[in-house]
Design a protein around this ligand. Structure first.
Ligand SMILES: [Cu+2]
Length: 163
């Protein structure tokens, strides 16, 4: 048997107690991790498309290279990810809270906005809470390799000065 000095024994006991505590506290961390996870919900492609169309019809303010520019009020905002772009172009108000509903139109994509990331699985939409700050641009990128032009999936959400 190996011999430990009293100091070493104390250290070992301390480490053991810490490990036991971390192990016992595990369910609490898991709860925390779950609470910060991005929520997703099942939605058929046609239904999501209808939400996008309704948003465009109501809040469209222009066009940018054939892509509608929309200015939805704070609250729910619908964004589609597809090869290889995000739709529509968004103009939001500063210091407001939005709930982005992001869904893929084709294959697997990812989305990173405001430091949050979600995997976009076809048939499901991810809810991304976004709180805008001062006027400027917020980037939105695809975080999942989705094919040849994946690196083109860089989008800007513009926060406009309050009218
Ligand atoms: Cu991608």
């Amino acid at each position: 048997m190996c011999e430990h000095s009293p100091g070493e024994r104390k250290l070992l006991l301390g480490v053991g107690a810490l490990l036991a505590l971390l192990f016992l506290a595990q369910p609490a961390w898991r709860g925390l991790a779950r609470a910060t996870e991005i929520q997703t919900y099942a939605i058929a492609a046609a239904e999501f498309e209808a939400k996008l169309a309704a948003q465009t019809a109501r809040y469209k303010v222009g066009d940018e290279e054939g892509v509608p520019v929309v200015r939805p009020p704070p609250g729910d905002v619908y964004v589609a990810a597809g090869r290889w772009r995000f739709l529509p172009v968004l103009e939001l108000q500063p210091h407001q809270s939005y709930r982005f509903h992001v869904a893929s139109e084709d294959s697997l994509h990812g989305v990173v906005i405001g430091g949050k990331e979600a995997l976009l699985v076809p048939g499901r939409a991810a809810i991304m809470p976004v709180t805008t700050a001062e006027p400027g641009k917020v980037s939105m990128v695809c975080s999942e390799y989705c094919g040849l032009e994946h690196n083109k999936m860089r989008h800007w959400v513009t926060v406009i000065a309050a009218p």
